[in-house]
Write a protein that binds this ligand. Structure first.
Ligand code: FAD
Ligand code: NAD
Length: 508
């Protein structure tokens, strides 16, 4: 009897040990990959009391995106009196946003409630206001905020607008950018964008609407227009959305609208000579060849000059000829531009004080806004000569969070004494921000992707890859970068669900 029981027991222990070991490796690996040791250790530190915190420097953070969230997670928020202001009360994992546009994954999987992170930052009293900043009064250390409420405040103000002011000792501007339209007529009125969480759902709704309309007996008259999906901008957003559309047409349209499939066109319009200008030439060639095989019509050296409700007007940059392209669905992905209140701050500080870039707030290598003593800017709204990517924003956010954490006590002493010289000296002497490029990915459809770890170094023999293997790497990297265990489970389930059952074609 005992000779049989012992190996069984051992096997059970072995399995338990294996499971625990695997869990520990994943847990530790995850912390290491995401550079999060300090955030974990912080959880065991006693917090400063609420009463004490109220006397601390007022730090206002604008935004809940890549930059802002990284600051909140690293700054040891209970050292300060922190207020976060953003029109959305969640963080959006933008790299997977294009996957929502044809329903490969659900938007729910890629958003994180910001209040979870306010609590995790060891300061349950990090205040959050769901509002947008409309003005920064840097002379008086105040910001103006506005909330468009659909409910309660309609009773107080007839327009449903709630406005308030907040004072700050230090301000962190991490409000990102908006979609650039370059003032091209008709774009704001007729095009769809791919920047915020609801955009994926809107685009999906429009695609389904076009297909259902084309399927009507009356749709026949307008078939060519309805079934032309036009994407403007051959940057990674435009390319990834075109690829997702291609997958949707190949799989779901073939199955549910087989009579329409042959009439569908996907047109990608790009003003420059090639798409994906931030990738190495060999990967650009690979992408253009892949799109040719996928029957995605790539029109390069073609500039969109106008949009109406049915056509986009384009100008050939080779011949100067103008022509019209009819569309049923138009996605605008021509890059990003500063928000109006950020432009206003740039103007108020002025070129003479360092705001020399038309693109964003010029900052020094410590993320301080040039021409200001107490405003920091990070991410897409800051200009440091780096591209507007999540990688840059996340790394700048971590850097600034740690800078504030380590200088928190000096900042507090400065506030108490009314002399912030020690904190300023600390910032002057601090190590400058250094960007660590971890590579760029783009999904190309048909389970294939490209990856460039060389930063456009064409001579490099390594660090560029394409194909199905890269697609698996693309998924693995984004999986590890998702912030919560919950979203990792949700995304994995959505990927599996789509592989097995296909995308949902209902209009929701
Ligand atoms: P955001 O993440 O945009 O956050 C800005 C925050 O400010 C938001 O919370 C917003 O609600 C808030 N805000 C807006 N207006 C106001 C206001 N008036 N007052 C206060 N708060 C305000 N980069 C990569 O590196 N890899 C990728 O794979 C990748 N994929 C992308 C895919 C798509 C579809 C898009 C659109 C972008 C992608 N990017 C990617 C770029 C990346 O998302 C941005 O560079 C990154 O989000 C910038 O971070 P941020 O913190 O500056 O701004
Ligand atoms: P982008 O600036 O990278 O590309 C926009 C493209 O639109 C440009 O190539 C531009 O020449 C073209 N364009 C502009 N106006 C036009 C017009 N009137 N007619 C025709 N073409 C026009 O913009 P994006 O793709 O939205 O990306 C924004 C930022 O986010 C970039 O920094 C990008 O690297 C980053 N991003 C990265 C990823 C990724 O790494 N997978 C995905 C999406 C976005």
């Amino acid at each position: 009897m005992s000779t049989v029981a012992a190996p069984k027991k051992e096997r059970k222990y072995f399995k338990t040990k294996l499971f625990l070991g695997l869990f520990a490796v994943i847990f530790i690996g995850d912390i290491a990959i995401n550079d999060d040791w300090d955030t974990q250790l912080d959880k065991f530190r006693p917090n400063i009391s609420d009463e004490e915190r109220a006397k601390r420097p007022k730090v206002v953070i604008l935004g809940t995106g890549w930059g802002a969230l990284s600051v909140i997670r690293k700054m040891r928020a209970d050292q300060f009196d922190v207020t976060v202001v953003s029109p959305r009360n969640y963080f959006l994992f933008t790299p997977l946003l294009p996957s929502t546009c044809a329903g490969a994954i659900d938007t729910r999987c890629i958003i994180e409630p910001i209040r979870d992170f306010c609590a995790r930052a060891n300061a349950s009293s990090v205040k959050f206001f769901e509002a947008e900043c409309t003005n920064i009064d840097s002379a008086n250390n105040k910001i103006k905020c506005k909330r468009n409420s659909q409910n309660y405040y309609r009773e107080i103000s007839k327009k449903g607008i709630d406005e308030f002011e907040l004072e700050y000792d230090y301000l962190v501007v991490a409000c990102g950018t908006e979609s650039a339209t370059f003032g091209i007529p008709g774009v704001r009125e007729h095009a769809l964008f791919m920047k915020e969480a609801p955009d994926g759902k809107r685009l999906r709704g429009r695609i389904i609407d076009s297909l259902e309309s084309a399927n009507m007996p009356t749709g026949q008259k307008d078939l060519d227009r309805l079934l032309n999906f036009v994407v403007v901008g051959g940057g990674p957003t435009g390319v990834e959305c075109a690829a997702e559309l291609h997958d949707f047409v190949k799989q779901e349209v073939s199955q549910f609208f087989p009579h329409l499939k042959a009439k569908i066109n996907i047109t990608l319009i790009e003003a420059q000579s090639n798409v994906l200008s931030m990738f190495s030439k060999s990967l650009v060639d690979y992408t253009e060849e892949k799109f040719r095989r996928s029957a995605i019509d790539v029109k390069t050296r073609t500039l969109v000059t106008g949009v109406d409700d049915k056509d986009v007007t384009v100008k050939s940059l080779d011949t100067g000829e103008l022509s019209k392209i009819p569309y049923g669905t138009l996605l605008w992905a021509s890059g990003v531009a500063s928000r109006p209140f950020v432009k206003d701050l740039m103007k108020k500080i002025g070129k003479e004080n360092g705001q020399t870039s038309p693109r964003a707030l010029v900052v020094d290598e410590k993320c301080r806004v040039k021409g200001s003593d107490n405003i920091f800017a990070i991410g897409d709204c800051a200009f440091m000569g780096l591209p507007p990517t999540a990688q840059v924003a996340g790394q700048q956010g971590k850097y600034l969070g740690r800078l504030l954490r380590n200088g928190g006590e000096l900042m507090y002493q400065g506030k108490k004494s009314g002399n912030d010289e020690a904190f300023t000296n600390y910032l002057d002497d601090a190590t400058a921000f250094g960007y660590n490029h971890m590579g760029a990915f783009a999904y190309l459809g048909d389970n294939s992707a490209i990856a460039d770890f060389t930063n456009k170094n064409e001579d490099s023999k390594f660090g560029k890859s394409a194909g199905v293997g890269t697609y698996i790497l693309w998924r693995s990297v984004y999986f590890t970068k998702l912030l919560s265990f919950r979203n990792r489970v949700l995304v994995t389930m959505n990927w599996g669900f789509t592989e097995i059952f296909g995308r949902d074609t209902s209009r929701r």
